[in-house]
Write a protein that binds this ligand. Sequence first.
Ligand SMILES: [Zn+2]
Length: 501
Amino acid sequence: MLKLIPQPMKIEYISQEKFPLEHISLGENLISRVAQDEFLKFCGMPGGDANIIFETDSTLQEEAYVLETGQTVKIKAASASGQLYALETLKQMIFQSSGSLEHVRIEDSPKYKLRGFMLDCGRYIFPVSDIKKIIRRMALHKLNLLHLHLTEDQGWRVEIDKYPLLTQIGSIRKKTNFDHKVHGGYYTKEHIKEIVEYAHAFGIKVMPEFDIPGHSRAAIAAYNELTCFPRKLPVADHWGVKHDVLCVGKESTMKFVYDVLDEFFEMFPDEYIHIGGDEVPKHRWDLCPNCRKKRDELGLKDSDALQFWFMNQVKDYCKAHGKQAFMWSWELEDASDIDTDLGFTKCGEMDTGDRPFIDTATNAYYIDLPYGYVSLKDSAEHKVLSGNCLGVEGTLWTEYVPDMKKADLMSFPRTGCISETGWHGECGWKNFSQKLEFYYSFLDKNNIGYAKPAKANPKFPMDKLSILWFERRQLAWEGLTNIIEDKKIERLAKSNKKGCD
Ligand SMILES: [Zn+2]
């Protein structure tokens, strides 16, 4: 029996016969040159007469394919993506074939439209070459949405012509969680073009994230007037929720947001955009004359309602430019103030009505979390959250992920489960565990790092220790620094001498 990840929708074993594979040559097809080369490199076999034959079948769904093995391999699909997914399945078949292919017919199509992987480039920047590696890893798993988290408290990562200080100042922090070395960097517009083109070559769309109105300390460090109580604030050097957020009561902030979005729209042609919306403390807004004035003008009951107004406004702007916007569902107790066409990356079970969402459940798909929090088994057993689910996403935050080595260790093997659920509709530990040995060897073959079984499903006390390690510094940094700053702002607001400009 073949082991395949993700599990195809239907495999038919036609006969016991096996077909020796002595060379590989692709017939005429729609797949990009770079993805074809990846396939041929993986196979490492001599060329010859075309023995993988492609047929276009426009009756098939966009990403579906039919793969039939025999004297030749026949692939039917409607698009380049369908053809590429057939080759990805074929790779896994060849890998376990011992030189002869099984005689099968596979009919396959994805359960979910969006199958994502989020990389947080805000905490740590990843070079373009690493992002290309991630794109190739995604293609192996039939994932099709690269979510790039590009703006954060700890770094602004994308060149914006109209606001050069965003990268000149906002892309650099003085130290990191791990050491006292300066960390920084950003993607130029050329880099972004290169990333988007490479992703497209593997059938992957790019969803950029402009995280607002919270997690904006890097932007505020560059342009102090963006916050309610402007003063010199450095780019944050450590993780945690920061209390200085964008002042949404000022027209100038709205202009900034729309200007940045305009340049995002130019750089990222795909239809999805993420506008953040997570972890927005309202302390400054409650005290800020501009935010209070805006609240009163709009007749809103509190600062939470002000945030929902802001998110809806930004969504409208994106929609007017043909984009489907998403926001994080974090801390959302009541979604009723969010317009029904604003989507969520949904972190847990909550009533989101008909709003479209991508399942990023923290207890299964937050793949930055230690395996003590989210074991491989947790990722495998996860059932998609209820509601209008468009798909799933593995979410790799990088507070503690400085490089590709760590990124791989956290992402794999958990990404295998996300691939299963996104493509096949479910994973399940029983099924996945039976394929695990094959999966580890396939990851080895592709030079992808991973957590070994004992680490991926840790037992007591290793599970608890991994959590302790993760949380050890949060209290001091998140708690203490915010309390000190809050008191300062309260005095400022009271004295009424300074305050919002
Ligand atoms: Zn304000």
